[in-house]
Design a binder for this molecule. Structure first.
Ligand SMILES: *[C@@H]1O[C@H](CO)[C@@H](O)[C@H](O)[C@H]1NC(C)=O
Ligand SMILES: *[C@@H]1O[C@H](CO)[C@@H](O)[C@H](O)[C@H]1NC(C)=O
Length: 263
């Protein structure tokens, strides 16, 4: 019978250090030097710090169901472990055993969402009719929060009500978080009304929170004037002082406005 040398682990002594974010996928590399050598058997284990034991990782277990892939079908010497939908519980030391005594360690660190400016209060002022962004984010914008909600204080009922884009009050007016950065939990409210004024709370995992006090202002006459004469034309920079006809119109409006103020 011809016996092959069997699987020799690549870099068997070294411990690999890998960092990933919650919500992401990670590949814990482990392979035989010869990619086509099939080890007699291989297992992945994770260190259980509570019991100081090594638990076998199985795609059948509840913890890992539909989340792990052990090795690759097309390359028998590739024993890599792929884990998706990472949670903070996935952090720890993993071991790739290619027989009972030979293994390789991988230390996986998970960066979860930690709310930036936790427990702080921000004051924001916006104009009715406009849009406003209530900022709230994880320190690491790539970390996916395990759960987050936005709440608004109802002074009459003295309750904190969850803001939902499904509710009649906010339908087609709010956007909770952004698709391109999972750690950006900001709330965008458009077509602001007086009722939107008040206290907001961005809550992550029930215990981290950021408070925002939103003040809604009507656009005042002085602000109209500044828009028309283009001095502090933050709101309409393109409209002021572009063409002569626009200027004439502006002057006309100014006179009209002054006339109204005098009368
Ligand atoms: C092992 O397989 C994974 C997933 O298919 C792949 O990303 C990785 O590069 C492979 N490793 C080696 C050493 O071939
Ligand atoms: C979050 O997303 C909003 C809207 O896309 C953007 O204006 C804001 O700058 C983002 N915040 C961070 C911290 O990237």
């Amino acid at each position: 019978m011809c016996v092959s040398a069997g699987c020799m682990l690549v870099e068997k002594k070294k411990t690999d250090y890998i960092t990933a974010c919650t919500g992401d996928s990670v590949l814990l590399p482990c392979s035989c030097t010869d990619g086509h050598t099939k080890p007699e058997s291989f297992t992945w284990k994770k260190h259980n710090t509570n019991r100081n034991s090594w638990d076998v990782i199985s795609s059948e277990s509840e913890q890992y169901r539909n989340r792990v892939q052990l090795g690759t079908a097309h390359s028998p010497g590739n024993l890599s472990l792929h884990i998706s939908h990472l949670t903070e519980e996935d952090e720890g030391v993993y071991r790739c055993y290619f027989n009972q005594w030979k293994y390789k360690n991988i230390k996986l660190t998970i960066k979860g969402c930690v709310l930036e400016h936790n427990r702080e209060t921000k004051h924001i002022t916006a104009h009715t009719g406009d849009s406003v962004l209530l900022p709230c984010s994880c320190i690491d914008l790539l970390a996916k929060p395990e759960s987050f909600t936005w709440k608004k204080y109802h002074p009459k009922r003295k309750t904190w009500d969850v803001i939902s884009s499904e509710s009649e009050q906010y339908r087609n007016r709010v956007q909770l978080g952004t698709a391109h950065a999972p750690g950006n939990l900001s709330l965008l409210i458009s077509h602001l009304t007086d009722e939107d004024e008040g206290d907001y709370d961005c809550v992550h995992k029930e215990y981290e929170q950021l408070y925002i006090k939103l003040t809604c202002k009507e656009i005042s006459t002085t602000e109209f004037t500044s828009i028309f004469d283009g001095k502090t034309s933050a709101k309409a920079p393109a409209d002021a002082s572009t063409t002569d006809s626009a200027k004439t119109l502006t002057d006309g409006n100014m006179r009209l406005l002054q006339g109204l103020l005098i009368s």
